[in-house]
Design a protein around this ligand. Structure first.
Ligand code: NAD
Length: 254
């Protein structure tokens, strides 16, 4: 694993109390950064992870807030920037799958406006809002953004059309964020394939085995696999902006 000297650097990671977000928080903090962990205010994992990481000697703070709510999002980002003192890195990672029960031929009939709205608010508008609120701090620090898209945003068999559309939106948004943040700051995204996170609980046995059988590298990604690439896009990759890196073990090629 590549290591970085991130002493004096700061980061905010949305959806940072579990899965990919938590792995990124851990890697950023282990490399010396001070990290604000965003989580939903009623998610007990947030304060638990803050305490656990602090007990392990890592420099982290909590930044509760709902990225699906405009006012909440702005307050959460600005408070985190104030508490951190500056903002070098922003990871827009929080996401929701909506529900998987509507996937398939009946989806057009069953996908409600409410579900569309809830997925859109978190997965796409949440990214826009966080970057908008953090833009001046990121530019001042000559920092970087990384967002978590999905291979569902490139080609979406097996995912809800609302989920796939929001992740395609993140890939498109990333290009325009790169344009608007340049030349001071950069914006990139990752597009994970199947990742061993809590989302696996909802998968059928067929989906689980398919995600390994179809992948060229014959395993699912770990959250750490994703975090490693996200850390590179944030702290290395000085001339990479507007790009989406597929991290799927060859699933889309299999
Ligand atoms: P996860 O459930 O562990 O992480 C998602 C986190 O986002 C959770 O901590 C959740 O509480 C938080 N969150 C949800 N809505 C939020 C909101 N409105 N405000 C703040 N936080 C909110 O699962 P994960 O797999 O680590 O997912 C992280 C990202 O990876 C998501 O954006 C997801 O779409 C993307 N992704 C996951 C997979 C996969 O197979 N697991 C594949 C492709 C993309």
């Amino acid at each position: 694993m590549i290591t970085y000297d991130l002493k004096g650097k700061t980061a905010l990671v949305t959806g940072g109390a579990s899965g990919i977000g938590l792995a990124l928080v851990t890697q950023l903090a282990k490399n010396g950064a001070k990290v604000a962990i965003n989580y939903l205010a009623d998610d007990a994992r947030g304060p638990e992870q803050v305490e656990k990481l602090r007990n392990a000697g890592l420099d982290v703070i909590g930044a509760p807030g709902n990225v699906g709510d405009a006012a909440d999002c702005e307050r959460m980002v600005l408070t985190a920037v104030k508490d951190l003192g500056r903002l070098d890195y922003l990871a827009c990672n929080a996401g929701t799958p909506g529900t998987r029960t509507t996937i398939g031929p009946k989806e057009l009939d069953r996908l409600t406006e409410e579900l569309w709205e809830s997925v859109l608010q978190v997965n796409l508008l949440g990214v826009f809002r966080c970057v908008k609120a953090a833009a001046s701090a990121l530019k001042a620090a000559h920092g970087a953004v990384v967002s978590t898209a999905s291979i569902a945003g490139l080609d979406s068999p097996g995912s809800s059309m609302a989920y796939g559309a929001t992740k395609a939106g993140v890939i498109s948004l990333t290009k325009n964020l790169a344009r608007t943040l340049a030349p001071e700051a950069r914006a990139n995204a990752v597009a994970p394939g199947a990742v061993d996170s809590s989302w696996m609980i909802e998968w059928t046995n067929e989906q689980r085995s398919g995600s390994i059988d179809k992948a060229l590298l014959k395993r699912r990604c770990t959250p750490e696999d994703l975090a490693e690439v996200m850390l590179f896009l944030l702290a290395g990759a000085a001339m990479v902006t507007g790009q989406t890196v597929v991290v799927d073990g060859g699933l889309t090629l299999g």
